[in-house]
Design a protein around this ligand. Structure first.
Ligand SMILES: [Cu+2]
Length: 120
């Protein structure tokens, strides 16, 4: 009986610890020296210059182990937000600083969505 409940506890813990996939992979992934060279495709959804934040529908980010999704990023320098506007298709560079994902560079590639590859 004791053995069974201990086994169940261990299994439950294993399941729980595997749940927050996005957060877990973000913190467990070691920083890579090549991160700065990895450009990510995205579409600007929202810009918040006051808080230095930007919402991007981004494509796959292999070096952060992240599939495509819409999420909020911080920016290294608020002036990066001056060159883009919501609706822009962009290429950006993102690195991990502690628990935060920070965009260190971003540029609009085209506002013509018909010629761009569709995001997942
Ligand atoms: Cu994401």
């Amino acid at each position: 009986m004791h053995t069974l409940s201990r086994l169940l506890t261990a299994m439950t813990l294993a399941i729980i610890s595997g749940l927050p996939a996005h957060a877990a992979t973000a913190t467990e992934q070691p920083a890579q020296a090549t991160a700065a060279a990895n450009q990510v495709d995205g579409e600007v959804k929202k810009i918040n210059p006051e808080q230095g934040k930007i919402t991007i529908k981004h494509g796959n980010i292999p070096h952060l182990n992240m599939p495509g999704m819409t999420m909020v990023f911080g920016v290294k320098d608020a002036t990066l937000l001056d060159r883009i506007k919501p609706g822009d298709l962009v290429k950006f560079t993102v690195t991990q600083e502690g628990a935060r994902l920070v965009i260190t560079d971003i540029q609009a590639v085209s506002t013509d969505k018909t010629t761009a590859a569709p995001l997942p």
